[in-house]
Design a protein around this ligand. Structure first.
Ligand code: WTA
Length: 631
């Protein structure tokens, strides 16, 4: 798609106006005023934000920009976990609940801030005991359990760099991430629970560490009974090693620029990119946005439905909320098991006040009907939020009326793994325009431009860019600095988000979707390259191309086109084989919904598959410029 391919008719805008008390009582106050103050002196703005974090040693400069590299809070020293935990224990929140957890079978657990501190410290000591040192990479491949959060924070405590891999990824995807990161330790659970069934994770890890020579130990959190057996040479039990340790652990003194974590995100070509985030800027950015965008207050019960395995989970289940001393609700529960009322029941039972979810979930609930939420008292809710893909006007309206009961503001947050924190949204208290994410938050300069970096006229499509660095921006792509540079060099020294967008006359930004071949399926980013290489790794496949086709609930679904090798006949049986093969290599989230056998694929003369042409054929659209097409 190019910017000329679409233009959005901007009919008379429709707004929803929140009760003025929201603005009065919000942390942000008057958005316009705060934004002007930011523009006036961006570095002063970010210096003030950094004062909300506790530093062991103050920084001497807010930032240093050496295109395209940026360093923030120079020579400042901190530990993110003392900010997430110790500080609140000291400040009178020792007995406040940090984490409520509810398992799929109805099991419940709660950790106060002081309990969380003891667990994190003990597990940090255990990691040290097996030889993990500052700077070492540790891979975490777990379901949504408190131990996942404890493992992340324990790494941060001792300066180890965690790389969390979503528990729904398969063997090959996990292996790739372990190898690229050079992880010394893998932390996993024996099983994850999904819709009443146990899904075995440990066998996936066992296979994924073959050909991963960096791995010296596997720590297994055993939840099923009887417990799985451990291979004593390399496998350790999570609680056995934790319980042997003291529950105090001196925090490692980290430089603001030391890496906090690596998180892999799919690309359209090649292997997934290990996005690097740094301690200081990431802590400042996520603390700030959790407080001012999600407007978290001390007595809130906050629930973000994302898995900590994705960036939303890192920034807005774990780090941001804990930096603010919030009470976080965490659950392994899927939205429709045992029935599609379960999430509303949980909101009622836990008194959730701030609820953050994804458009794909909202559309699923729309489909099953409002009689599900209607059964529950949702009056505890104060603020709703959305992330992951465009919140289409129909989904906005449904969320607003049936969940927010016409009372709660909806904060539609646009951001990315690479940005680390929220970038564009409608701040609490501002008028909301369905279909539009909103405006850049104070601290962020964003615009919609053409390929030359020139702002496009309101109402026309263009590329979404960020014009000025921000503290929680990625520092690089692990083992691939060139890929990092591309983010800043594709469009005139601006950060390219690779999203297409339209700016309205009112300054609100509508995000249309990806400008590249990344496919967002149910809020998960799937790289075309990952699925295609999984397909061609099957003995029957010679070539493959995948595209996203619109789906009313998931946003997109994956359609694959394959050319078979000589000697293989295209059967339905083979189709299910291929789908299973993708499931096992990349994971269930990447399974094509449909597979079509082809004799040839449209290619450029240089041999690149033109997915755009396949997509146009599929949707009955004009394929656009095909002058580079082979024949
Ligand atoms: C998309 C998730 C429209 C977008 C935080 C972006 C959105 C990609 C929104 C990043 C939103 C995220 N409206 N689109 N509110 N939020 N996206 O790295 O295409 O998993 O580039 O980060 O999701 O996905 P990622």
């Amino acid at each position: 798609m190019t910017e000329q391919d679409f233009a959005v008719p901007l009919e008379t805008p429709k707004y929803y106006h929140p009760d003025p008390r929201y603005r009065e009582h919000s942390w942000i106050g008057d958005y316009g005023e705060v934004y002007r103050r930011f523009l006036n002196d961006p570095l002063l703005f970010w210096k003030e934000r950094a004062a909300e974090i506790e530093w062991f040693e103050p920084f001497d400069e807010v930032m240093e920009w050496e295109f395209p590299y940026c360093r923030w809070y120079l020579n400042g020293k901190l530990n993110v976990t003392t900010n997430c935990i110790d500080r609140h224990v000291r400040d009178g929140r020792a007995n406040k609940v940090a984490l409520f957890w509810r398992g799929e079978q109805g099991e419940e657990k709660a950790y106060t801030y002081s309990q969380l501190l003891r667990n994190v410290c003990a597990f940090a000591n255990a990691l040290k005991r097996i030889g993990v040192q500052k700077g070492d990479r540790v891979c975490i491949y777990m379901p949504v359990v408190p131990e996942q959060v404890i493992a992340m924070l324990a790494c941060a405590r001792i300066g180890a760099v965690h790389t969390v891999v979503f528990g729904g990824f398969g063997v090959h995807a996990l292996n790739q991430r372990i190898r690229d990161s050079g992880s010394r330790v893998v932390i996993t659970s024996d099983v994850s629970m999904r819709r009443g069934k146990e899904i075995q994770l440990k066998p996936i890890v066992e296979e994924a560490v073959v050909n991963a020579p960096s791995v010296e130990a596997i720590i297994v959190h055993r939840r099923s009974t009887p417990g799985v057996e451990l291979h004593s040479e390399i496998e350790l039990d999570f609680y056995e090693i934790l319980e042997k340790e003291s529950n105090t652990c001196e925090p490692e003194v980290m430089d603001a620029e030391d890496p906090l974590f690596l998180l892999y995100t799919s690309g359209t070509t090649g292997s997934p990119k290990g996005i690097i985030h740094a301690c200081g800027g990431y802590a400042v950015g996520t603390q700030y946005t959790t407080k001012y965008v999600l407007d978290i207050k001390d007595d809130d019960v906050y629930w973000c439905t994302a898995d900590p395995g994705w960036i939303t989970g890192h920034s807005y289940v774990v780090y941001g909320p804990l930096l603010n001393g919030a009470t976080v609700f965490l659950t392994e529960t899927t939205p429709d098991f045992p029935d599609p009322g379960i999430w509303w029941k949980l909101i009622r039972d836990y008194g959730v006040t701030v609820f953050y979810t994804a458009p794909t979930a909202i559309r699923m609930f729309m489909r099953v009907g409002e009689h599900w939420p209607d059964r529950y008292d949702l009056s505890s809710l104060r603020i709703l939020a959305s992330v992951g893909e465009p919140l289409n006007p129909e989904a906005f309206e449904w969320f607003y009326h049936h969940i927010g009961r016409d009372r709660c503001p909806i904060v539609d947050t646009w951001w990315q793994t690479e940005t680390g924190m929220h970038m564009i949204t409608t701040m609490v208290g501002e008028p909301m325009r369905p279909g539009f994410a909103g405006k850049p938050i104070p601290g962020v300069m964003a615009d919609v431009v053409d390929m030359d970096g020139k702002p496009v006229e309101p109402g026309n499509g263009g590329y979404l860019v960020i014009k000025h660095p921000w503290p929680s921006m990625m520092r690089s792509v692990y083992n691939n600095d060139e890929r990092y540079r591309q983010y800043w060099t594709t469009i005139d020294r601006l950060y390219t988000a690779t999203d297409l967008a339209v700016k309205g006359h009112d300054g609100n930004i509508m995000v249309i979707g990806r400008a590249d071949d990344l496919i967002i399926v149910a809020g998960h980013n799937i790289g075309t390259a990952e699925v295609e290489s999984a397909l061609v790794s099957h003995e029957a496949v010679a070539e493959a191309a995948v595209i996203g086709v619109p789906d009313p609930v998931k946003g997109n679904q994956i359609k694959a086109f394959v050319i078979l090798r000589d000697g293989y006949g295209g059967s339905d049986r083979l189709k299910s084989d291929l789908r299973y093969h993708v499931r096992m290599t990349v994971g269930p989230i990447a399974m094509p919904s449909e597979i079509k056998y082809m004799d040839s694929l449209p290619k450029t003369r240089s041999g690149k598959i033109m997915r755009r042409v396949l997509k146009a054929q599929e949707l009955g659209m004009d394929p656009g410029d095909t002058s580079t097409l082979e024949d």
